[in-house]
Design a protein around this ligand. Structure first.
Ligand SMILES: [Zn+2]
Length: 180
């Protein structure tokens, strides 16, 4: 698995999101933020996550979706339960995943991070295939960018965000830089 110079992953299904923009001038990717998401919460499969990230969610399809009206978000990557990867924005662009956040004294982590969503919840174990795909993906990112940290969304937005939660086992993210 490898990333081209724009930050497009060869092994991902590409679904373009409009919920991204340019990074500030000269800003390099230096942080990886791990998230979790499921829509509706606790239900896996379906296309609601892709729809949320592409502003095509049918808000009437589920009561929870009503709470997402006017929400404009995305992430660079989504890793499905079976390990498939979907990419919504090239890593060279700024995806809108972290919100108000702070890492090592720097705010607005979207400016300098790549966001990876794991399809899941904070209390159901993530799958073996997800750990395998995540490890390979983070390895590819380390090979392409001067990454100084891999963190949870909850680490950079404490008190506001709790994902990916206690169900995420950091011990299973064994990353070695891969230069392909
Ligand atoms: Zn998150």
């Amino acid at each position: 698995m490898k990333l081209n110079h724009e930050g497009v992953l060869d092994r991902a299904i590409q679904i373009a999101s409009a919920n991204c923009d340019e990074r500030p001038d000269g800003e390099a990717v230096s942080l990886v933020v791990i998230h979790s998401i499921s829509l509706p919460p606790g239900e896996f499969g379906g296309d609601a996550i892709e729809r949320l990230f592409t502003n095509t969610l049918d808000y009437a399809a589920h009561p929870y979706f009503e709470t997402l009206r006017d929400v404009r978000v995305s992430a660079h990557f989504l890793i499905r339960r079976a390990g498939g990867i979907v990419q919504f924005a090239p890593c060279g662009k700024r995806a809108w995943h972290a919100g108000a956040s702070c890492y090592a004294g720097r705010e607005r982590c979207n400016d300098f991070s790549v966001g990876i969503e794991l399809e899941g919840t904070e209390d159901i174990p993530y799958t073996n295939q997800q750990y395998e795909a995540l490890t390979a993906l983070v390895g590819a990112l380390l090979g392409r960018y001067p990454i100084t940290g891999v963190v949870a969304h909850s680490d950079i937005a404490p008190g506001r965000k709790t994902d990916p939660g206690p169900s995420f086992d950091w011990e299973r993210l064994r990353v070695a830089p891969h230069r392909g």
